[in-house]
Design a protein around this ligand. Structure first.
Ligand code: 5GP
Ligand code: MN
Ligand code: MN
Length: 329
């Protein structure tokens, strides 16, 4: 294991800062929760912290404490170049986004804390624990090591990361450790009903309209082991939906009885096709996505391809078919 131990990571915090805390584009609950959590932890240690994300913060996470302190790259560009960066939940440098990467140089000191098995260790200091359910889980241990006070704000951000990356404590990454950590966070005053309502149970009308479009395209192959759907630019225009409204739709394909791999093909604003992959137990979609320049976890992964709808669909369906034929990859 080439991971830095907590002592080595301590020396990363020797400075006053400013520390730039970054996560991945199109942030999920783990990305946002971990960004805010590192912010709270470092501020308790007396450091100057600047939090940034390449993409707008999805509506469902805007209730999180101090979310207004997560800036766009434009808002903080005047403070660049940053000399110390902490990347959380980021599998490779590209995932931080183009504008975020312009806030520092390639020779920057970068602490990479993540749980993706496909993480390429792009940091100068790396802590990658692929057994962790969420980056927030690793941060729970870091918080204990640092001895910071687990106040309700910090606990709420960490809980949100655990909740969303375990699919609401349902996926196979819901380990005893996750439940113990979540239990400890609840004891600090986290409100589980409110968080689950905001990040899991609430949908927008646009989201439902988009879901209707996607379901209309639901198709099956490989003896019904593969199910896929499409969302075109027209679907987004007709429904007034934005990119974040497509979150979670891929699960409807994967959830069909007998299906192992569920796929959502989504046309993006820059004329590429974003492919979301989910699997039940056979295909390691993280490895599959990695062969196409993407990445992720065994059961949830993604990549972005260019080409016509037919080309991209064929590329993906062929790869999935081969993986299924080999009993997985
Ligand atoms: P989603 O399908 O929800 O966009 O992504 C599911 C998971 O796949 C994410 O949590 C992330 O780990 C991974 N993922 C999605 N797209 C990419 C990508 O383009 N590159 C990498 N490295 N990982 C991705
Ligand atoms: Mn994430
Ligand atoms: Mn994560």
């Amino acid at each position: 294991n080439q991971n830095s131990n907590w002592k080595q990571i301590d020396s990363f915090l020797a400075d006053e800062g400013p520390y730039l805390v970054v996560s991945h584009v199109h942030p999920d609950g783990d990305a946002i929760g971990s960004t805010l959590a590192v912010g709270f932890m470092l501020k308790q240690l007396g450091k100057t912290v600047v939090m940034v994300n390449e993409s707008p913060i999805p509506y469902k996470f805007r209730f999180l404490p101090e979310i207004d302190h997560v800036h766009s790259p434009e808002e903080i560009a005047y403070q660049a170049p940053f000399h110390r960066v902490i990347a959380v939940d980021v599998a490779d440098a590209e995932r931080m986004g183009e504008k975020v990467r312009q806030l520092f140089t390639d020779s920057v000191d970068l602490l990479n804390i993540d749980h993706h098995p496909t993480n390429d260790r792009f940091g100068t200091v790396n802590r990658v624990e692929s057994e962790a359910a969420a980056t927030a889980e690793i941060l729970c241990y870091w918080a204990t090591h640092l001895g910071v006070n687990m106040d309700r704000y910090l606990a709420t951000c960490l809980y949100t990361g655990l909740l969303t990356d375990t699919g609401g404590f349902r996926y196979s990454n819901t380990t005893p450790e996750v439940m113990e950590l979540a239990s400890g966070l609840l004891r600090q005053g986290v409100n589980p009903g409110e968080i689950a309502d905001r990040v899991i149970e609430t949908t927008s009308r646009q989201q439902l309209a988009l879901l209707r479009c996607a379901l209309d395209t639901l198709s099956f192959s490989e003896g019904e082991k593969v199910a896929w759907m499409w969302l075109t630019r027209e679907n987004f225009q007709e429904t007034g939906a934005n990119e974040e409204d497509s979150d979670g739709i891929v699960n409807y394909a994967r959830n069909v009885v007998g299906v192992d791999v569920g796929i959502l093909f989504r046309e993006t604003e820059d004329a590429t096709i974003k492919v979301s992959l989910r699997s039940r137990e056979i295909v390691d979609v993280g490895k599959l996505a990695q062969t196409l320049g993407g990445g992720g976890h065994a059961r949830a992964a993604g990549c972005t391809l260019s080409g016509s709808r037919d080309e991209v669909e064929q590329t993906i369906l062929n790869k999935v078919s081969m993986a299924l034929g080999q009993g997985g990859i």
